[in-house]
Design a protein around this ligand. Structure first.
Ligand code: HAM
Length: 422
């Protein structure tokens, strides 16, 4: 019996990992530019962090990996990053500084979804949160950041779809309007939606079963139920986006799939060859009650997250190469077994001087070693042969120019350092 990977997961193989590293580099560089600091929270949390009374989204009610540990604690593998970050923000009293906390994170999340291209059961997100202030200019910074990040990757047709759910009062008014709208259709809606009418009619709008139901298509939109403060807040967000020249579109039906949002919500898309509906690369919005629900003070935050597999698939579909995997500076070829210990010493010296180098442990023949060195695209070959060694030399060959020189043993590292410019 052979054991395969778990459904909905994937392996990053050694020859692909450089893409992940390059993507993470761009994430860290961009977020640092905007003055966000990295945070790392556990992959598992007590279930209550996600299973809160107010959170009735499909993601939390149907897709989480919940389990009892050996001490009978109810734990959940995080399905998203925000709730855990807020749990930590509260637990570590980061609010005590009374300053805006600007955080980003990179890590795996777990959702029991139907796997397909760009959708997995374990997937990576990078996410950003700014916690502690309610300010429309900050909402716009978050949207600008998401937009700028996707553009920096080199993707084309980048645009933001944006909407507002308004403040608590507007949201309640909207939910009441939705409830009255759906009530006459209750018996034609799916079983889940029949319950959603009472619990949270907003969730009917992104029901996968009822998405083509005429009542869903004709449902009222949040913009029609905003109070004047919420409308002014949204107008201000838009003004800042316009000042910067962001390509945006107001999407009146966008409500997002999590229940913690109020005010601004947004998603970011790009034109990607063959992607269709999976062209949503990231999304987010403002949350006003999450900090309080997790035991903290009454402070709001805003954030977004992007699926990293989707970003890499998008780059591949658009033929955008982030960076090439760096090839070896030097590769050691040994022509006689008796010189292996000397080769170990040379290899250690090269690495000690920050020269990326390697040797072959599998092939004995010169031909086999050479083939492997060329496959690794090593820039220089350090050829250790008996005769040269006796005279205090090794051969060093430039694989690009094919020029080979005899170099004194004591000068190997110095010579290579100068050659590769280190
Ligand atoms: P979300 O929309 O659920 O938001 O996920 C954000 C992004 O994660 C999606 O746009 C998508 O790119 C990626 N994603 C989601 N599920 C999967 C999956 N099964 N496989 C691959 N990629 C996936 C959130 O998670 C919120 N925490 C965002 C946020 C941060 N809101 C405020 N702060």
């Amino acid at each position: 019996m052979s054991i395969n990977r778990v459904k909905g997961t994937y392996d990053v193989l050694p020859q692909e990992s450089y893409k992940w590293q390059a993507l993470e580099d761009i994430i860290r560089k961009t977020l640092t530019l905007y003055n966000y600091k990295e945070m790392r929270t556990p992959m598992m949390e007590y279930s209550e962090v996600f299973h809160r009374q107010s959170e009735l989204s499909d993601m939390v009610t149907k897709e989480t990996y919940d389990f009892l540990d050996r001490g009978d604690r109810k734990l959940t593998l995080r399905p998203e990053g925000t709730a855990g970050v807020i749990r930590s923000y509260v637990e570590n009293k980061l609010y005590a500084s009374q300053e805006l906390e600007k955080i980003f994170y990179i890590g795996p999340n777990f959702r029991y979804e139907r796997p397909q291209k760009g959708r997995y059961r374990q997937f990576y997100q990078f996410g950003v949160e700014a916690i502690g202030t309610v300010n429309p200019q900050l909402d716009s910074e978050m949207i600008i950041l998401a937009y700028d990040f996707i553009r920096r990757l080199g993707l084309k047709g980048v645009r933001v779809r944006i909407n507002t759910l308004g403040d608590d009062a507007s949201r309640r008014a909207y939910q009441e309007a939705l409830e009255s709208h759906f009530r006459p259709h209750v018996h034609t809606l799916c079983r889940d939606c029949q319950e959603r009418i009472d619990k949270n009619p907003l969730r009917i709008l992104d029901c996968k079963i009822d998405q083509h139901h005429v009542a869903v298509k004709k449902a009222p939109v949040p913009l029609d139920h905003l109070n004047s403060e919420s409308k002014a807040y949204f107008d201000e967000v838009i003004k800042h986006l316009e000042a910067v020249g962001i390509v945006y579109e107001i999407a009146p039906k966008l409500v997002r799939g999590l229940d913690y949002y109020s005010h601004t919500v947004f998603e970011i898309e790009a034109d990607i060859e063959g992607f269709g509906a999976q062209n949503v690369l990231g999304g987010g919005g403002r949350y006003q009650s999450l900090v309080k629900e997790l035991g903290g003070p009454d402070l709001g935050g805003i954030g977004f997250a992007c699926g990293m597999e989707r970003l890499l698939l998008a780059l591949e579909a658009e033929h955008i190469e982030l960076v090439k995997e760096k090839s070896l500076d030097a590769y050691i070829l040994v022509l006689d077994d008796s010189l292996k210990t000397f080769a170990s010493k040379v290899l250690y010296d090269l690495r000690h001087q920050d020269l990326q180098s390697d040797i072959n442990y599998s092939f004995k023949s010169f031909k086999g070693q050479l083939k492997h060195a060329l496959k690794m695209e090593a820039r220089y070959l350090v050829i250790i042969g008996q005769d040269e060694y006796q005279q205090g030399f090794v051969g060093i060959k430039d694989t690009q120019t094919e020029v080979q020189e005899n170099i004194k043993i004591s000068e190997i590292t110095q010579y290579l350092k100068e050659k590769v410019g280190k």
